[in-house]
Write a protein that binds this ligand. Structure first.
Ligand code: NZQ
Ligand code: ZN
Length: 392
């Protein structure tokens, strides 16, 4: 077991109608003029944005609105947001939406609080020394960005999708009303559940420092999300299932399920980020399309963890060799993806990929991780290419 830092400063307000607490929370964190940042319009159509602006108006909190954060949010909108915040004298950011709106808001926050080009942080050139305070009203359980230290932005030029992590990026508060997620298309609900599980699985499939308590939390979280994802596939308005998944989403990516281990593997995410950058696919679906190939490529080097996963999470029968049990666990996970209508390869993901594209993605991925990365198995560019080829 390794030592660790666990830092989760985000105040969580969870339950029905909690979005109505937004003004009092902004005041608690000393916000006086707010940029409300959102995505493509679901919050307008659902009436949530109007409820939020009415609540701020009633509390006398000035606000400016900036929509347009697309899935795999773009750097150009971040630049626009930075200019707007500076021009309007805004001192607090409020993201209303999912990971894309939240991540875009985080990047705006870095850009306002630090001199120079905000892309430098995503390009690993320097570290942020602060950020504008950020609050979140979450509308999709998925990325965990509402409590995480990370933000993922796509630079349109060259289609480069990169993440940046800093404790300054952790939101001051996160409002989580599971009812707000009931307007989600089924596909996005399933993508979210996939992403939540993957955040825990990235931390679970490691070769270093695992702890019993962390494993128990991780396995409980994975089984809970799996069970409730299946409930939501049939009964999307089930409040309790929405709530289970929503809270799991935050716990899966606030560091809890990684305490004591070596930091995790994260290569499924890194490979997916290349897909998301190039083909603009939904993040969760991209993860599902890659994971099986990654797992089959690496499992022998991390057999004890794959066996444990198969027995404790996928609950396969303990019959056969360790390898056979591990493979049954991988197959069971892919069966689960099919049940919630997630893809298990690039063809099912619906992207037409050429061999040249695969080489470009593997190369960009290797550059992005500084040459090689992975704990279940250290992957170099040639391994990344093989995994992409296996996922065709
Ligand atoms: O944009 P709108 O119109 O709001 O529609 C969104 C979008 O089309 C829709 N949606 C969200 N809430 C809804 C809703 N539709 C109806 N009702 C609602 N209540 O769902 C679609 C997806 O939204 P998005 O915010 O893009 O999804 P998600 O939360 O999955 O975020 C994905 C982005 O986050 C990054 C991903 O790479 C991707 O760019 N990630 C961020 C992480 C982090 N910051 O910690 C970690 C993750 O691993 C991930 O990489
Ligand atoms: Zn993710």
């Amino acid at each position: 077991m390794f030592g660790f830092k666990y830092y989760t400063p985000t105040k969580v307000v969870f339950g029905k109608n909690t979005e109505l607490k937004v003004a009092e929370l902004i005041k608690e964190f000393k916000g006086t003029k707010v940029l409300i940042h959102y995505g493509g319009g679901s919050v307008v159509r659902s009436g949530l944005l109007k409820r939020v602006t009415d609540t701020l108006d009633a509390a006398g909190i000035a606000h400016v609105v900036l929509g347009g954060a697309v899935p795999n949010p773009h750097l150009s909108l971040v630049y626009e947001g930075i200019e707007l915040v500076k021009k309007e004298g805004i001192d607090f950011l409020l993201a209303v939406g999912g990971g894309s709106a939240i991540d875009s808001a985080k990047a705006i926050g870095y850009g306002v609080a630090n001199e120079g080009d905000v892309w430098d942080f995503y390009d690993y050139k320097r570290q942020a020394e602060g950020a504008l305070p950020l609050g979140v009203i979450l509308t999709i359980a998925a990325t965990g960005s509402e409590m995480s230290d990370s933000s993922v932005i796509t630079k349109e030029e060259g289609l480069v999708k990169r993440g940046y992590s800093s404790d300054f990026g952790r939101p001051k508060f996160a409002i989580m009303n599971p009812e707000l997620t009931m307007t989600l298309p089924d596909y996005q609900t399933a993508c979210g559940c996939t992403d939540i599980m993957m955040h825990t699985m990235e931390r679970y499939f490691t070769n270093g420092g695992n702890m019993e308590i962390t494993d128990a939390l991780a396995e409980g979280l994975l089984k809970t999300v799996k069970k409730n994802a299946l409930i939501l596939a049939k009964d999307p308005k089930n409040y309790d299932a929405r709530a289970e998944v929503m809270w799991a989403g935050s716990l899966a990516h606030n560091g809890l399920t990684g305490c004591g281990n070596d930091g995790g593997d994260w290569m499924t995410h890194k490979l997916e980020h290349e897909l998301g950058g190039l083909y603009d696919v939904a993040h969760g679906a991209g993860l599902a399309a890659i994971w099986g190939s990654w797992a089959r490529y690496v499992y022998k080097n991390c057999l004890h963890r794959f066996k444990k996963f198969a027995l404790n999470v996928m609950e396969v029968e303990a019959i056969g060799t360790d390898e056979e049990i591990a493979l049954k666990g991988i197959e069971a996970m892919e069966d689960f993806y099919r049940e919630i209508k997630m893809p298990t390869n690039l063809r099912e993901l619906g992207v037409k990929v050429t061999e040249e594209d695969l080489e470009i993605m593997a190369h960009k991925c290797a550059v992005g991780v500084g040459g090689a990365m992975g704990s279940a198995l250290l992957l170099k560019e040639e391994d990344m290419l093989k995994i992409f080829e296996m996922s065709m």
